[in-house]
Design a protein around this ligand. Structure first.
Ligand SMILES: Nc1ncnc2c1ncn2[C@@H]1O[C@H](COP(=O)(O)OP(=O)(O)OP(=O)(O)O)[C@@H](O)[C@H]1O
Ligand SMILES: [Mg+2]
Length: 257
C-alpha cells in the first residue's frame, strides 16, 4: 500500500539576471500537495505530461529525495522516518537511468544488489536464475552488461529491482525505448505482480499501456492532482471511450508555463 498525503517538493530554481532584474531564486513546486492511495493487487497509473511531477513523486516514495512537506507511507512506514525499512519493501525502476554496472555481468549486478538488501549470496543466485529464465535473460546472465541491447539491460534492471521480492513496485516509464517483445515481458511481469497482490505504481506516456494495464489512474498536472479513479469510472464520468480523450479534456486546454 502506498499512501501519499499533501506531498510537496519545492526546488529553488535560479533565474538568470536580465536587464530589468537581478539574478534571483524562485520556488518551483515540482509536486504540490499531492494526495492519493495505491492499493495492493491493483496497478495504479501516475499519468501526466512532461514535467507534471511523476518522477519527483516516485523519487520521494523511493526515499531518494526528501519531501519539502507532507507525508508518504509505504505499507504504513514513513518514507522519511523509516527509510531503510521502506527500501526493503520497494522495488524501484526509473526509465532512462543507468542502474547497472557495465563492467559486471547481469548476475553480478543482481546478486550485488541483493546482498545490499540483506539477502545471502546463495539465495540471491538461485532467485537470479529463476528471474533470468522468466525474463528470457537466461543465457545472458553471465555476460557483461556493457554488451547488452537496451531491452536486455532493462530486463536485467528489472531482475535487480525485484530480486528481494518487494511488495511495492514503483516503475517510472519502464518500457520507454523498448521494442514490442521486451515491452511485453514488462507487461507480463506487471500483471503477475498484480496477481501476487503487490502494490504497483506505474508511470507511462503510452495511452495503450494505460488502457492495457492500469486499473486506476491518478492524473497529475503541474504537481497537482487533476483527477483520479478507475478507468471505467472516468470513462463514464467524462462520457468518453478512450482514456486519451479524457486526458486531453483535463489537461489539453490548460495554459502552459
Ligand atoms: N533537481 C531539480 N531541480 C529543479 N527543478 C526540478 C528538479 N527535478 C525536477 N524539477 C522540475 O520539477 C518538475 C517536475 O519534474 P518531474 O521530473 O517530476 O516530471 P515528470 O512528470 O517525471 O516528467 P517526464 O514525463 O518528462 O518524465 C519539472 O518542472 C522539472 O523541471
Ligand atoms: Mg519523469
Amino acid at each position: 500500500m502506498i499512501e501519499v498525503s499533501n506531498l510537496t517538493k519545492v526546488y529553488k530554481v535560479k533565474l538568470e539576471k536580465t536587464k530589468e532584474k537581478k539574478a534571483q531564486k524562485v520556488d518551483k513546486y515540482a509536486v504540490n500537495q499531492l494526495n492519493f492511495v495505491a492499493k495492493p493487487g491493483v496497478i495504479t497509473g501516475l499519468i501526466g505530461e512532461n514535467g507534471a511531477g511523476k518522477t519527483t513523486t516516485m523519487r520521494m516514495l523511493a526515499t531518494l529525495i526528501q519531501p519539502t512537506e507532507g507525508v508518504a507511507k509505504i505499507n504504513g512506514l514513513d518514507v522519511q522516518k523509516d527509510s531503510s525499512k521502506v527500501r526493503q519493501q520497494i522495488g524501484v525502476l526509473f526509465g532512462g537511468e543507468p542502474v547497472l554496472y557495465d563492467r559486471l555481468s547481469a548476475r553480478e549486478n543482481i546478486v550485488y544488489f541483493a546482498e545490499l538488501n540483506g539477502m545471502d549470496r546463495e539465495t540471491a543466485n538461485a532467485r537470479a536464475e529463476v528471474l533470468a529464465e522468466r525474463l528470457g535473460l537466461g543465457k545472458f546472465l553471465d555476460q557483461k552488461v556493457k554488451d547488452f541491447s537496451r531491452g536486455m539491460k532493462q530486463k536485467a534492471a528489472i531482475a535487480r529491482t525485484i530480486i528481494h521480492d518487494p511488495s511495492v513496485i514503483i516503475f517510472d516509464e519502464p518500457t520507454t525505448g523498448l521494442d514490442i517483445t521486451a515491452a511485453r515481458v514488462v507487461y507480463d511481469f506487471l500483471e503477475q505482480f498484480r496477481e501476487e497482490g503487490k502494490t504497483i505504481l506505474l508511470s507511462s506516456h503510452s495511452m495503450y499501456e494505460v488502457e492495457r494495464l492500469c486499473d486506476t489512474v491518478v492524473i497529475v498536472h503541474q504537481g497537482q492532482k487533476r483527477e483520479e479513479g478507475t478507468l471505467p469510472e472516468l470513462k463514464a464520468k467524462y462520457n468518453q471511450e478512450r482514456f486519451e480523450d479524457i486526458f486531453i479534456e483535463l489537461i489539453g486546454g490548460v495554459n502552459h508555463e
